[in-house]
Design a protein around this ligand. Structure first.
Ligand code: 6AU
Length: 251
């Protein structure tokens, strides 16, 4: 417990990942429920979390989402990770968690920026509490996109202010630059996780300011898990690609 709320602990998330035996988080950046359900069924045994941008789904319907994505993911032991990047004041983040997509009803982990103040964490957990569920927040400490404003000083402030919060399971760190991950790991210590986007075995695939690094290097630098989208979902062989990323990141 922290601040009066129960949360999914780092230990619970890490043991769920260990049980799955993979450090790959799938960024299922697809447009329909059927596409996400299909890719989950295809690569589910090689991923530990399914990361979504639920506001990008054209045909979102909560009942279908629960039946076709959430239930199958739970059966596979895959955690549901909604990358909503909350950034507003605590109360608004709470109502967004409880809004149209009912994120609090199914997400185990969500992302948030620290920019608006620490009460955002409380607001998010309040929403989970109202649904009788618990989850955890991954806070953005770095980003993979070029020209972002999350500089070293901001990153340090984020980590120092969130490291002691039970409702925060860890931080998003930039996978395109392994030294960013090792610096982040030294700030964070071992008690919280580092989840790493900006990962692709083919760095030439980067579009619109995205930057990529190698999965093995991110793990060697101290990341708990890599977040892979295009490298799997745009592959001609998503199953083979997911297996390859899982192998690249295995101990
Ligand atoms: O592998 P990609 O480039 O196809 O997809 C990268 C995924 C996307 C982004 O929303 C997300 O990773 N992402 C994130 C987060 C929090 O996951 C942070 C960041 O700095 N860069 C980034 O690409 O779903």
């Amino acid at each position: 417990m922290s601040g009066g709320y129960a949360c999914l602990s780092v230990g619970e998330i890490r043991s769920s990942m260990e049980e799955k035996g993979t450090r790959v988080i799938l960024a299922a950046d697809l447009f329909t429920i059927s596409e996400i359900s299909y890719i989950l069924n295809e690569v589910g045994s090689h991923i530990c979390m399914l990361k979504t941008h639920v506001d990008g789904i054209h045909d979102f319907d909560l009942n279908r989402w629960m039946d076709e994505v959430v239930e199958p993911a739970r059966k596979m032991g895959v955690l549901l990770f909604e990358d909503r990047k909350f950034a507003d004041i605590g109360y608004i983040s709470k109502i967004q968690m409880l809004g149209h997509h009912r994120i609090a009803e199914w997400a185990d982990v969500v992302t948030a920026h620290r920019i608006s103040g620490p009460d955002i964490i409380e607001g998010i957990h309040d929403a989970w509490r109202e649904c009788g569920r618990k989850g955890s927040v991954a806070v953005l400490a770095q980003m993979s996109s070029s020209g972002n404003l999350l500089d070293e000083e901001y990153c340090r402030k984020v980590v120092n202010s969130c490291r002691g919060i039970d409702g925060v399971c860890g931080f998003i760190g930039n996978g395109s630059e392994p030294s960013n991950i090792s610096e982040l790991r030294s700030l964070v210590g071992s008690a919280k996780m580092i989840l790493t986007p900006g990962i692709n075995l083919n760095s030439g695939e980067a579009r619109m300011g995205q930057r990529y690094g190698h999965p093995k290097e991110a793990i060697a630098a101290g990341s708990d898990a890599v977040i892979v989208g295009s490298g799997i979902i745009r592959s001609a062989d998503p199953l083979g690609a997911a297996r390859k990323y899982a192998e690249e990141t295995s101990a």
